[in-house]
Design a binder for this molecule. Structure first.
Ligand code: GLY
Ligand code: MN
Ligand code: MN
Length: 428
């Protein structure tokens, strides 16, 4: 078993990213990025810490109370890290710190300083500069420090988001691993599902598989939604009992080395789709397959989504769930009443990763983008549709890398054909 806890990007990749930022910065400017703060859950218990994704992208450093300052002055570029100083008592209680002395060599920085000195050192280092790249309000604890600043403030989010949108080879390898672990977790969930277990027990099975393969965190709170709970798009109560005859929708992805997987599968709790479930499921799957054909270089989410919605409209008409003229239903986007979200999103350090989509999600796709494809149909129990379809929610979600040949499905290890799902559940 490959328990790759320590998998990381090569250190040089962080240096290269900072170089690319320096190339885009005006001369005589600074750029400052603050990481996340520790968040209290209750009394003296905190949520486990995870760095801000922009900060991680430029540093590979996962301690709270840190900030990265880049200075470009008369062509000279310097990377400066602010972090918590070492403290034997705090480290005995809460864990080791990298410390100021070690930081430059470990993280390839030019200088490092105690975070408690940031206000005065920031003022001193930036006094002759004319612009500061800063994302006001993104990490609010930085606002007061940067307020004391000089000159023009330029939001760095468009620049860094564009960089993050196109993934490097090394990033793709980590995302592939996140997807692989996520796929294994879904397979385990299928094998462990049976009537009368609780949704949260299945959530535990998923988390177990993540941990086994070195992913401590889910990339987002796992959605384990049985029966009509599947019609709540970001359901996370996860406290219902699984009922014989219902479907179970699971939307869960591992975070591996800070990169996210994001898979959804929907399958029958008793292992066999009934006729209505089978028909709706096959329709979502068919619309997904059509969408995948369009998620290729120079096409767009918009084009793929329109193709998927056409398949859905035809299918829903055939099942009697939509009624009326085909052309009118298409023109009115009538399927949207049952397909409440969009086709997908960028995927990377964040599950809903950063990067511009274009006004109408019509941005041409490029090699090196990673995205999700996730059509769904959600039929509320009070919808005016044939009885057998009421209360069914289905989503199927895969993760794609855009390649020169079209795309590569990073989550193909997770079964989604009806026969394959039924076989896995039967043979267990
Ligand atoms: N897991 C959230 C999403 O699929 O967008
Ligand atoms: Mn998802
Ligand atoms: Mn998604």
């Amino acid at each position: 078993m490959d328990l790759a806890y320590l998998a990381e990007l090569p250190k040089e990749e962080f240096v290269l990213r900072r170089q690319r930022v320096f190339e885009q910065m005006q001369d005589n400017s600074a750029l400052i990025v603050f990481t996340e703060t520790e968040k209290r859950r209750n009394n003296d218990c905190d949520y486990l810490f995870r760095a801000d994704s922009y900060f991680w992208y430029l540093t590979g450093f996962n301690e709270p109370q840190s900030a990265l300052l880049l200075i470009k002055n008369e062509g000279l570029c310097r990377s400066i890290l602010f972090l918590r100083e070492r403290d034997p008592l705090m480290e005995t209680w809460h864990g080791k710190r990298l410390g100021v002395a070690q930081a430059p060599s470990v993280l390839n920085m030019d200088e490092a300083f105690d975070i408690t000195q940031i206000q005065s050192i920031f003022a001193e280092k930036t006094q002759n500069l004319t612009a500061c790249y800063y994302a006001q309000g993104w990490q609010t604890w930085g606002d007061a420090i940067v307020q004391s600043c000089f000159g023009e403030v330029i939001d760095w989010r468009p620049m860094l988001s564009e960089m993050r949108l196109i993934k490097s080879e090394a990033e793709i390898a980590l995302i592939q691993q996140a997807c692989h672990i996520s796929a294994l977790a879904h397979i385990r969930a299928m094998k462990q599902t049976r009537p009368n277990r609780y949704e949260l027990e299945i959530e535990g099975e998923i988390q177990h598989e993540f941990s086994r393969f070195g992913a401590r965190f889910p990339a987002y709170n796992s959605i384990v939604a049985s029966g009509e709970n599947a019609c709540i798009l970001h359901y996370n109560d996860n406290n219902a009992v699984l009922q014989d005859g219902d479907l179970l929708l699971i939307d869960a992805g591992a975070e591996f080395a800070h990169y996210a997987g994001d898979i959804t599968r929907t399958f029958p709790i008793n292992g066999k789709f009934n006729e209505a479930q089978r028909a709706l499921y096959q329709l979502v799957l068919d619309s997904m397959k059509v969408a995948v054909k369009h998620l290729v270089p120079n096409s767009s989410f918009k084009v793929a989504n329109e193709a998927a919605m056409e398949v859905m409209a035809d299918g829903l008409l055939a099942l009697g769930i939509l009624k009326g003229e085909r052309e009118t239903l298409l023109a009115e986007k009538a399927v949207k009443q049952f397909y409440l979200h969009s086709l997908g999103h960028w995927l990377g350090l964040d599950v809903h990763d950063v990067g511009d989509y274009g006004q109408e999600k019509d941005r041409p796709l490029q090699i090196g983008m990673v995205l999700t494809v996730e059509p769904g149909l959600y039929i509320p129990s009070d919808a005016d549709v044939p009885e057998q379809y009421k209360g069914i929610g289905i989503r199927i979600e895969d993760n794609l890398l855009i390649t020169e040949y079209g795309n590569k499905n990073l989550t193909s290890g997770c079964p989604k054909e009806i026969a394959d799902i039924e076989a896995i559940m039967e043979n267990h």
